[in-house]
Ligand binder design. Structure first.
Ligand SMILES: [Mg+2]
Length: 334
């Protein structure tokens, strides 16, 4: 199946902007219990009533989008995944006031102090981090290599290795990158092919930690019942935490269950509570890669911050990432 250049370009925008939306809309609920989230979720569509995010009623992005944009910029500059260059970009542009975890702050400060990129990941956790930080930023890799799944896996791990050397942290990035890449290949106006997604992910994840295969087995059971589980059940089966294996599978399940309805997917992600900005951001990237920018809610996009590295910058960067993909993919100009 081949998609037109116009549709692919729209999907690149959809993934970057979808992740931005999920992060910005989800961040006001971070750390909440699912019951408390449900109490506040009715405020989601009303910026004037939603006082968690910003006093100016603009939806601001957090570390998830900040690192995604930095990774995309590095790819645009080099045309590939170069960990040294990505680390340099992190040290140059990461805004550490945007809700970064303490471990990532230490890593970025170490890079700024001149530490080599391959030494940084172990300064916080000697055996590496289980966290979802490498997964939350990986959508540009899923976009760049959606046509080459072998390269996609290698690239997801390479970009992860700057901050995450533990296989659970790295393979969370693999699962999220593949989910984005597979979503790109699906037609935007057709329902998500859930069974195809699960089969493809199974082929990929068998090489990683057993935690992801266990989660995928649960996802398969959940999608075959063809019933949307309530938040409490999703949290019980797959999790809502900052650990990659307790958040990436949840994001994948929500995305393939609710896409193409972007708003319902984000509401479902936020309703899990816990790490809401990252889970909603990952859901937004996958669903956005499926439906493209044209499928995203304009009234939500209008609420996003638009400063020097805000909404317009992200859209422009998505276009430059698409141009980079055209250059590395020989048949894309035919
Ligand atoms: Mg965040």
């Amino acid at each position: 199946m081949s998609l037109s250049q116009e549709i692919l370009k729209d999907k690149f925008r959809g993934a970057i902007l979808g992740g931005f939306l999920g992060d910005a809309f989800g961040s006001g609920f971070e750390g909440m219990h699912p019951d408390r989230v449900m109490f506040h979720l009715s405020n989601l569509d009303s910026p004037s009533a939603h006082h968690f995010v910003s006093k100016k009623y603009h939806r601001t992005y957090t570390d998830d989008t900040d690192m995604t944009l930095a990774l995309a910029e590095s790819i645009v500059q080099t045309g590939r995944i170069d960990p040294e260059q990505i680390a340099k970009q992190f040290s140059l542009t990461c805004d550490l006031t945007r809700g970064y975890a303490s471990g990532t702050i230490k890593a970025v400060l170490a890079l700024r102090a001149g530490m080599k990129w391959y030494e940084v990941a172990r300064i916080v956790f000697e055996n590496g981090s289980f966290g979802n930080g490498a997964a939350m930023r990986v959508s540009p890799v899923g976009l760049l290599y959606h046509h080459d799944l072998n390269r996609l896996q290698e690239a997801a791990i390479q970009q992860a290795s700057i901050t995450h050397v533990h296989p659970i942290g790295q393979w969370g990035a693999v699962m999220q990158a593949f989910s984005v890449g597979l979503a790109v290949t699906q037609r935007p106006k057709e329902p998500f092919k859930k069974e195809t997604m699960v089969t493809n992910l199974r082929e990929i994840l068998w090489g990683g930690p057993i935690e992801y295969m266990k989660a995928l087995n649960r996802i398969e059971e959940m999608v075959t019942h063809d019933k949307k589980l309530v938040a409490r059940e999703v949290v019980s089966f797959l999790g809502n935490g900052v650990e990659a294996h307790f958040s990436v599978p949840s994001a994948c399940y929500i995305a393939i269950t609710y896409s193409p309805d972007f708003c319902d997917a984000i509401r479902a992600a936020i309703s899990l509570g816990g790490d809401t900005d990252t889970i909603a951001g990952m859901v937004g990237a996958i669903v956005g890669a499926h439906i493209g920018e044209k499928g995203l809610p304009m009234e939500w996009i209008e609420q996003l911050e638009d400063g020097p590295r805000g909404c317009s910058f992200a859209i422009n960067l998505a276009d430059r990432l698409f141009e980079t993909w055209c250059k590395i993919h020989p048949s894309s100009t035919g």
